[in-house]
Write a protein that binds this ligand. Structure first.
Ligand code: PMP
Ligand code: GLU
Length: 400
């Protein structure tokens, strides 16, 4: 029988990160002692002053109606100010900002507004799972340029140059990167900007959602380079740096024509994002930044903890992530090995084996464009991380 569903949805892959998180949740609810290192989600609570701002907004009673589609004006102004002062994006104004219900939603808006059938988008790979599916949904064609463990998984400006064709409409990267934790330096981004500027009408989507979890202390924004504001859509949000995943607030800063298009798109699909959540976000951006700094410090400490433990597992190869909260180890040394009648032939099997033998959930690198790797999120407590890595080491030692 033909599917009742559209080709559009039948051709879409399920989000591997969310699928693995769902599986881990199900096993947990059955009483299995799962340690979930699959979902990229801060394990911290949203800072107190942000929670208080949301409560105050409810008590004020002014934010229960439809908010403006592009977001409250004061929040748009606060974001533009932050982009000017912290990110050195001198041209950023409130009119360039469109709030949404999460950076994921912003990325969907952007691709739906930019792509015609067959337009190519160059993705710096390994990449976050949802980019390719959103691009395809919007009629575009993802073109991958690949970094490897040897160069900290950072594809280069030279690779970008080789990948451009007459059909290339945009490029997209994240820095700090999900899934690798790699950070593009200012020089690396500058070189990418130079390649982009050589081509008429080529746009950059700079996903800076992990900006506040960057151990190098240096975050560079693509839109700050000379001549790049008009070509760059900066994507950011509150989920990671302010531990606000469930509040669903993201935003873009884009050239006016694109910002207006995204507002129009959103006006038909979702309307403006939740009013109370926007008031909370305003407290996040204008208030005390020290809770975000403390969380960043905790992630760095955990990064070092997990690095030592991973290096202690024979066969695992890893680089040293400089931001976000992920490791992206290469595990191909285990391919072809077996234990208890189970043979690992790829990264999917590796994750399945670790789930079944160690009760630890990871995500296959295949979902991020790197089939020899797996992603481990260390947004978990020190105790959980130590226990998870101990279990993984024991399970992997059984393979031969
Ligand atoms: N971009 C990247 C690289 C991410 O890891 C995430 C995490 N979900 C998002 C965008 C979307 O974030 P959110 O929708 O929670 O704002
Ligand atoms: N960005 C997170 C991750 O990669 C959250 C899940 C998602 O939205 O995909 O795990």
């Amino acid at each position: 029988m033909n599917s009742i569903l559209s080709d559009r949805i039948n051709q879409m892959e399920e989000s591997a990160t969310l699928a693995m998180a769902k599986k881990a949740r199900e096993l947990k609810s059955q009483g299995v002692d799962i340690i979930s290192l699959s979902l990229g989600e801060p394990d911290f609570k949203t800072p107190k002053h942000i929670q208080e701002a949301a409560k105050a907004a409810i008590d004020e009673g002014k934010y229960f109606s439809y908010p403006p589609v592009a977001g409250y004006q004061d929040l748009r102004e606060a974001i533009a100010k932050k982009l000017r002062e912290v990110n050195h994006i001198a041209e950023a104004k409130a009119e360039n900002i469109v709030l949404s219900t999460g950076a994921k939603h912003s990325i969907a808006n952007v691709f739906m507004c930019l792509l015609n059938e067959g337009d190519e988008v160059v993705i710096f790979s390994p990449y976050w799972v949802s980019y390719s599916e959103i691009i395809k949904l919007a009629g575009g064609v993802p073109v991958l340029i690949e970094g490897s463990l040897e160069n900290n998984f950072k594809a280069t400006a030279a690779q970008l140059k080789d990948a451009l064709t007459d059909k290339t409409k945009a490029i997209i990267y994240s820095s700090p990167c999900n899934p690798t934790g790699s950070v593009f330096s200012k020089e690396e981004l500058q070189a990418i900007a130079e390649v982009v500027k050589e081509k008429d009408n080529l746009l950059v989507i700079a996903d800076e959602i992990y900006e506040l979890i960057n151990f190098t202390g240096k975050h560079a924004s693509m839109a700050a380079f000379p001549g790049m504001f008009d070509r760059t859509i900066t994507v950011n949000g509150f989920s990671k740096g302010y531990a606000m995943t469930g509040w669903r607030v993201g935003y873009i800063c884009a050239p006016l024509e694109i910002a207006k298009a995204c507002e129009k798109m959103q006006g038909q699909f979702t309307s403006g994002g939740t009013g109370i959540a926007q008031r909370a976000a305003l407290a996040g951006i204008e208030g005390d930044q020290s809770p975000s700094k403390e969380m960043e410090k905790a992630y760095l400490r955990r990064r070092d903890l997990v690095l030592d433990l991973l290096r202690d597992i024979p066969g695992i190869k890893t680089h040293v992530p400089e931001g976000a909260f992920y490791f992206f180890p290469e595990v191909s040394a285990f391919f072809g090995k077996s234990a208890n009648g189970f043979t690992i032939s790829d990264a999917d099997d590796f994750c399945l084996y670790i789930l079944k033998e160690a009760y630890v959930s990871l995500v296959t690198g295949a979902a991020f464009g790197a089939p020899d790797c797996v992603r481990l999120s260390y947004a978990a407590s020190d105790e959980e991380l130590k226990e998870a890595l101990k279990r993984m080491k024991e399970a992997l030692a059984k393979l031969s």
